[in-house]
Design a protein around this ligand. Sequence first.
Ligand SMILES: Nc1nc2c(ncn2[C@@H]2O[C@H](COP(=O)(O)OP(=O)(O)OP(=O)(O)O)[C@@H](O)[C@H]2O)c(=O)[nH]1
Length: 424
Amino acid sequence: MSTELIVILAVVLVLIAVGVVTGLVLAKRRRVSLTEAERKPVEERAKYQAGGKFDLSSGGTGTATVEPPVHPVEDRTEVDGQPGVGDDASVPRDSEKRDIVDIPLPAAEEAPVEIDEIEPTAGRLERLRGKLARSRSTFGQSLLGLLGAGDLDEDSWTDIEDTLLLADLGAATTAEIITKLREELTARGVRTAEDARAVLRSVLVEALHPEMNRSVRALPHDSKPAVVLVAGVNGTGKTTTTGKLARVLVADGRTVLLGAADTFRAAAAEQLATWAARVGAEVVRGKEGADPAAVAFDAVKRGTDAGVDAVLVDTAGRLHTKTGLMDELGKVKRVVEKQTKIDEVLLVLDATTGQNGLTQARVFSEVVDVTGIVLTKLDGTAKGGIVFQVQRELGVPVKLVGLGEGADDLAPFEPGAFVDALLG
Ligand SMILES: Nc1nc2c(ncn2[C@@H]2O[C@H](COP(=O)(O)OP(=O)(O)OP(=O)(O)O)[C@@H](O)[C@H]2O)c(=O)[nH]1
């Protein structure tokens, strides 16, 4: 045996001897500490004193102690008596549980829907005549002053002409009215201011074509709702008019659904929803940027399914000069008409915009077959004469007039009452 082998064997034997000795020492130490702990009195083992009892009480009216359910481990199907992963953390199934008690919840308080009281629809124009004050003083009163002054020379006729032009009647209507007035004043041999007023009234009323059919086609037919499309350029008052018209219908005992096909402005749909809520009507709206034709289609479908009397569709304001937007309006009409006929296309014109309103009206008429005009903001202008011109130019009747921002400041257009309001 080589010397190297002897050295290695000696080292291994020494290591084994050291390991055996260390193991014996540790085993002895453990035994000693266990014995010492067992010998300590129970009270000294821990400082926690369980002298005070848990104050447990019953939450209900039943007995305080409940027998634990008999459900031995061997009966459990989900475990073999051993805790599974996560079971250690869960509350043991046999632990005491609270009884299930039906607690009546307080009745859900529904947000009160405040349905507005709507002003009577009859005689609106008479009640709102004060709103035409600006047109009355510059147009009605000036004309009456000139005509009532007696013999009319050419200067007086020039003044009458200027007054009519200033009130936005337009050259053609003005010329027609002057001719008629001259004829009538002479034919009737008018001498007094009272007679002059009567002649003026009849000439103006006639110029407004009282024979035109001004009924708004918003009543159901063939068991289908009437469909009304409201169009116009931005800010003319389409949404406001749609809301006001809904109020008129509701006041008349009709049910209405509003379609918010103005998907450009989220605020517009919001505005319409507010109008709808105020009269308890349903509103159909699309997401911002949705296809307005699809929203209009859905609104009409929903209105038909719900059996309402009228669906009023508010469209986005569009400049009559933007071909794309005008095409879009045409599409709205075509898509809705796949489902049902549109009964009324109301073009909303802002009376304060004068001649521009006429240009708008012409373009819109080409695209959507306007069946009625709503002239808004007549309360804010001295140019009530635009009514004459719009009808003459378009051959479409003014059916409604907006006379203020109030919810019920919408009136049917009646030539006689309108002229009376102008002449005071
Ligand atoms: N004085 C007056 N203001 C009106 C009348 N009708 C509408 N307005 C006001 O005109 C403003 C515009 O009305 P909207 O109904 O929002 O007009 P719109 O055409 O829907 O507007 P867009 O959706 O932007 O195209 C609002 O401040 C209305 O209160 C009216 O007859 N008289």
